[in-house]
Design a protein around this ligand. Structure first.
Ligand SMILES: Nc1ncnc2c1ncn2[C@@H]1O[C@H](COP(=O)(O)OP(=O)(O)OP(=O)(O)O)[C@@H](O)[C@H]1O
Length: 310
């Protein structure tokens, strides 16, 4: 089994504690979304796993070994950290060839990953002429070059067009289906909701959550019901008496906080109140994430306390 294991990991830069006593395991066969506000320590953790920085204390290992102890590491761990890191004066093919040769990876893999990343037709172009999205695709191609069991991608959708975003999503799902260990950081919650099975969430260098996506959403949101009825005054009176809070939507629907559709349906039926629509509202990953990280967001915009008239 090839897991990423982070154990009591701490990294200090001067007086900044970027990573603070972190412990979690990223398991194979799933896509694990790595979330957290700006400065939460996601990139630092990934850099520590890849041996690009030394921990102040604790360990970060892949398959039980530190990255530095792995021979020909690209054959075991593929990573995209900074898409700008490639030499601009090299062509895409040369960049990948150099990586392949230094890790004893079969040269045919270069064309395979160029094809897979949609770069086959521009493989002979210098990287400095590439757009951000093309660099991102090249970084992902490099991560896949050694057919690694472990893949770590830092903000892979950065700069990708809608077609590219669908491509990366399907790629990650496939890598997980193949039994690989996939860790992906992202700030795009709606996007993360489409590909992640599991979440590791950081705030100010500490672990805030390590749980499956459905459990995360259930734990950090409260139930809510949406309904439509021609007898709103009667229903509202009844529900208010029972302590429910109702709010009107702008589409003729109403929401009831802290309630399940079954409860509200029974109350309405018991009083002969017709319901034209009744459903449990699914909380989004974004709502759950914002609820969890509200206190751990270092760089939030100030909330205006008074509005200035124009
Ligand atoms: N090389 C460094 N020197 C000094 N401080 C650093 C260094 N790298 C990271 N930090 C600090 O460590 C903290 C964590 O940064 P990190 O980049 O790991 O966060 P992140 O979660 O990846 O953020 P983002 O979502 O903005 O990319 C920040 O306060 C950052 O300023």
């Amino acid at each position: 089994m090839t897991s990423i294991d982070v154990q009591d990991l701490t990294k200090e830069y001067g007086t900044t504690r970027a990573v603070d006593g972190l412990t979690f395991t990223v398991r194979p066969g799933k896509v694990t979304g790595f979330l957290g506000p700006n400065g939460a320590g996601k990139s630092t953790t990934m850099r520590l796993v890849l041996g690009l920085d030394r921990p102040t204390s604790g360990t970060a290992t892949v398959g039980g070994r530190s990255y530095a102890a792995i021979d020909e590491p690209l054959r075991h761990v593929g990573a995209l950290l900074d898409a700008q890191a490639a030499h601009g004066s090299r062509t895409a093919r040369h960049h990948l060839l150099a990586l392949a040769v230094s890790n004893r990876i079969a040269v045919r893999r270069v064309d395979e990953v160029l094809e897979e990343a949609g770069l086959a037709t521009v493989a002979g172009r210098r990287i400095k002429t590439f757009s951000l999205g093309m660099r991102q695709r090249l970084g992902i191609a490099a991560a896949l070059l050694g057919d690694p069991r472990v893949v770590m991608l830092d903000e892979p959708s950065n700069g990708l067009d809608p077609e590219g975003i669908i491509w990366i999503r399907e790629l990650m799902r496939r890598l997980a289906r193949e039994g690989r260990t996939v860790l992906v950081s992202s700030h795009l919650m709606n996007e993360t909701a489409t590909f992640a099975d599991h979440l590791v969430v950081l705030g100010r260098g500490k672990l805030l959550a390590d749980t499956s996506m459905p459990d995360f959403i259930a734990a950090h949101s409260s139930p809510r019901v949406r309904l439509r009825t021609p007898s709103i005054d009667r229903l509202r009176g009844l529900l208010t008496d029972k302590g429910y809070a109702m709010a009107a939507g702008d589409d003729g629907r109403w929401t009831v906080d802290g309630a399940k559709a079954g409860e509200i349906g029974s109350i309405a039926a018991g009083h002969g109140i017709p319901l034209l629509e009744l459903s449990d509202e699914q909380a989004s990953l974004e709502q759950a994430y914002l609820a969890l990280t509200a206190d751990d967001t270092e760089f939030a915009a100030a909330t205006p306390t008074s509005r200035q008239e124009a």
